[in-house]
Each structure stands twice: as C-alpha cells, then as structure tokens.
Design a protein around this ligand. Sequence first.
Ligand code: GLN
Length: 428
Amino acid sequence: MQTPIADYLELLLESLGEDGGEVASYIPELANADPDRLAVAMATLDGEVYVAGEAADAEFTIQSISKPFTYALAIADQGLGAVLEHIDVEPSGDAFNEISLDPDTGRPRNPMINAGAIAAHALVHGDDADARVERIVDFYSRLAGRRLSIAEDVFESELSAADRNMALAYMIRSVGTLDCDPADTVRGYTRQCSVSVTVSDLARMASVLAAGGRTPDRDQVLEPAVNRQVLSVMATCGMYNSAGDWLASVGIPAKSGVAGGLMGVLPGQVGIAAFSPRLDAHGNSTRGRRIFERMNHDMGLHLMASTESAHSVSRRREVDGIAVHEIVGDLHFVEAERVLREFAAEPAGETPVVVDLDRVHRANDIARRILLEGIRRLRLDGHDVRIVDPWGVLGSAETGTGELVRGEQAHGGYVPASFPDVASAVRG
Ligand code: GLN
C-alpha cells in the first residue's frame, strides 16, 4: 500500500482556497517570484520526508528562516552567556525590520528580528563575512543533509537595496554591541539569507531541531541545550509581531521568510515546511499560515497539547507463514505513522495480515483514524486483514478526563471485528 500521509498533504493543499497578500517587493528579485507556487513537506525524526505540491522541488531563498540557525551557530561558537550580552531574548512585538534596541542596554530585542539577526551573524566565528558565510552554509548543509548554495541573483538584488539593514548595523555598532564592520556584516547576513532551499530541505532542517539537534544519521549537530534555546526563542519571537497569536492558534514554534518559506518545529515529533510567496501584513506566507493552522487542527500538533512522549514499537513477525504486526504502547500521530510505514512495506497480495493491538494501551483519535485507514488500504491491496483488538482500542474514545470508554458506542463509527488473540486470528 502507499502510506496516506502524502495523500493527506496533497488534499490539504487542494483545500486551501483563495490566496491573499502580496509577494515581497522591497527585494527587487523577489518581486519577480511566481506568486502561485505552493508546496508543503513534513520530515520525521528518523528521516522520512513527505512532500506535496507543484513546487515540491522548487528552490527559494531561506531569508529569515536562516535566523534561528545562525543564532544556534553563534551560541555554539561563543557560548550562550556571551551571545546574551549582545542580543536579548524578549519578543519585541515589532515588525521584522524595526530599529528595535533595548533603550537601557542597547541590545537588539531578540535574534529573530533583523537587528538581532545581524548581531548574531557577526558573532559567528570567522575573520570576515566570507569566512562566516562559509561556516554558515556548511552548518545549514549538515542540517539539510545535502550541500546548499547561495542564489547569487537574490543576494546581489537584496544587497543593492539594503539601506535599512545597513542603518540597523551602524546603529548597533554605535551602541557598542557590534564588534565587526557594519557593511561587511550586512553583506554576510544578506548572503546567509540568500541560501537556496526546497521545502524538503527546510522540513529536514526543522526535524533536526525537533530531534534535539540530532540528524536522522545520528550526527549531533547542535548541543541539546543550544537547540532548546533556539526553539524557545523561535516559539516566542519567530513570527515577529504576530508571534503571540501564532503560538496560541497554531502552537508550532515557527520561522517565516519573505521569500514565502515557513518552517515549523514540533519538538520530539516532526519538522514541517511550507512555501507560498504571497505574504500577509506581518511578512508571513498567507497560505503557509493556513497550512499550519490546518495541520494543527487535523493532526493535533499544537505544542501545548503534546504532553505525552512518543514511544511505541511496531514489530512484524510471521506465524505459520502469516504476517503478524504486533503494535505496542501509546499511539499518537508519530507512532501511527510508523505503523503505517510497516503496513506500507507489506507486499500487495492475498495473504492474510494480522494486526495485533493486544498491547496497545491507548490511541488518540488521529492515531485511531490513521490505523483504520491503514487497515482499509491493506484490504484494498487484497489482504485478508485480521484484527486482534481485545481492548477495543479502535472503537474507544477518550472522555477528556483521561478515562477510556471502549467499544462501538463510544466511537460512533466503523469498528472492525476483532479476534480474541493472535492464535485464533492466524487460524482465521
Ligand atoms: N533578508 C531579509 C531582510 O533582511 C529577510 C527578512 C525576512 O525574511 N523577514 O530584510
């Protein structure tokens, strides 16, 4: 069977409706972008990437989505204490390009607005912009799992119109918190913003942050403490002057870029990215925002709702030549996705498949629906699917008090018939 996650993403894009807003025009090259491009990607912590949309392979510039990563590198290079002396971590409520410095300390309010991001760029080790950018691109590439490069046309274009960022850099220097040459720093910062990525790259980079700084190949790119600092600042400041509304309504720490990219990190679960160039008044992708709202709604991905840890095992064994998928633990989206992948690896055919839920303690609603869909698709592939569900997991519902109500009456929907145990399911 084919796992339904990619189909879900396609349907999500189809259901978005009318777009609104305008493409960024203060960077001349971005004004030429095709405003209708659209793509979304989701990357699991173990390296599975689901992608959908006609712009699935399109490259666009990372822009401000570079800010959390460069901030991370600055902390790795200088230590958190030294970075905090230069850049605060308070949400400013200001637009991204606001001249926003703390009146007492002179520090930019946070590293997600341009003032703080320019200061963070300057804190990355390297004698000049070129040296810093080389390290930055290497670092982003490790996170993305492939060699990234710079879109020179966008870089030249932005640098030719970088008066405001120049003003910010001179301003920061005037209050003593920028130790580098302002013009060279803006050049480096602008190159960092011009790194070219796809939604899959961004989703994978996000998944590394979601995994506590570790890539799917177990490369610990970031110390967990640095990773946590970056995610905290993304959660509170990543969406500029709509950061509070975003955290409450979408609940996924995120960072947007003016080229239309939007990256979200759900700690311990997944990395998500969207691309659609039209922006709202805050400079965030309009349809990107809607994609995230929908995902939160459909898959229960709100940070404040993710209180249970993701652990579950799905094991395939054969009994008398019959495949038995034994599923263990608490099931949420992430665990259910794993189970689906096991199902997807089952070759199509008429052989019976036993799905053993005897050791599942509970499944939230999305996990239950995902399992039912997986079972439906195994049947479409020709399999005689035999379910062992003595506790009625597929038909249960949570009461809201953590208590479980079992059976058909609780679920109110389709509940497949269950065998009492694996031995009887194998006998058929
Ligand atoms: N390079 C852009 C700038 O500095 C990034 C802004 C953004 O993506 N919000 O203006």
